[in-house]
Design a binder for this molecule. Sequence first.
Ligand SMILES: *[C@@H]1O[C@H](CO)[C@@H](O)[C@H](O)[C@H]1NC(C)=O
Ligand SMILES: *[C@@H]1O[C@H](CO)[C@@H](O)[C@H](O)[C@H]1NC(C)=O
Ligand SMILES: [Zn+2]
Length: 289
Amino acid sequence: HVSDWCYQSQFTCDHQCNVPDKWNHANGDCAGSYQSPINIVTRKTLKDDRLIPFQFDNYQEIFRGTIKNNGHSVQVGVPHLSIISGGGLPNSYKAVQFHLHWGNNGGPGSEHTIDGEQYPMELHIVHMKHHYTDLTTALADPEGVAVLGFFYEISNSANKKYDPIINALRSIKTKNANISMSPISLTQLIPNEQNLTSFYRYKGSLTTPGCTESVIWTLFESPIPLSKDQLRVFSELKFHDGKAMVGTFRPVQPLNGRQVYRSGGAAILASATFLVAAVATALGLSQPN
Ligand SMILES: *[C@@H]1O[C@H](CO)[C@@H](O)[C@H](O)[C@H]1NC(C)=O
Ligand SMILES: *[C@@H]1O[C@H](CO)[C@@H](O)[C@H](O)[C@H]1NC(C)=O
Ligand SMILES: [Zn+2]
């Protein structure tokens, strides 16, 4: 089918599906100019004082979600009670669902990269403007959707807060399988609020077809810890053909002149170099021109 899209990891001579380079065959929007994900070059980001901390309302609300293998990822529907505002967003947005993108057994797997670094996994909490009732309507609004993106890092000890998700994965290995999870809150899945003041912002798209360019992206600097064993469980999931569900990320897309902004707290990785230069200048050590 022309509408069949797949990740690069799924392509074989026997299974010729539309890999990311050909997603525009599935949906023309995938060839647009404001696509996601992107590589964020930190020294080219612009500090924006409007990117104040987020307000998270009802993020601590405990709910019993259904987790589903949708053939491309695992997705959890979220009751539309958790609201984000602030963070330089033009509106308040309510959470709709979250899903993840990962590599192979804890190898590189995030969609966005920071200065070329690809993290082992990336969490997307998808929100829509407060007054909408479904995502399809929200996607017709150029600022209708706000996605909060979080990176993972490999930790030595297991992150117990992820047990409800990790344990459920074993029951949804095949496409369309779903199960009700033990109760969770969105708060338990993300870093502490005081670690969420450093983030990047740009305008882009969904990272799967239709690739609709209606997304205000936020990528938080502070990663979520997960042990290698926990990350490996994601690689035990299967695509529709029974092959291991790995490499579920779209390659980074051209910026095409877009500006990426950073909040006050977000670090420029080269800042240590600037600091050394500034100290040298202050001490009169720099070469006179
Ligand atoms: C979950 O799976 C059952 C079959 O086991 C199916 O009837 C149901 O529609 C599925 N629910 C979702 C939300 O996909
Ligand atoms: C959270 O922030 C504190 C203080 O800035 C820092 O020491 C700690 O490492 C951060 N934690 C994470 C998980 O980034
Ligand atoms: Zn995603």
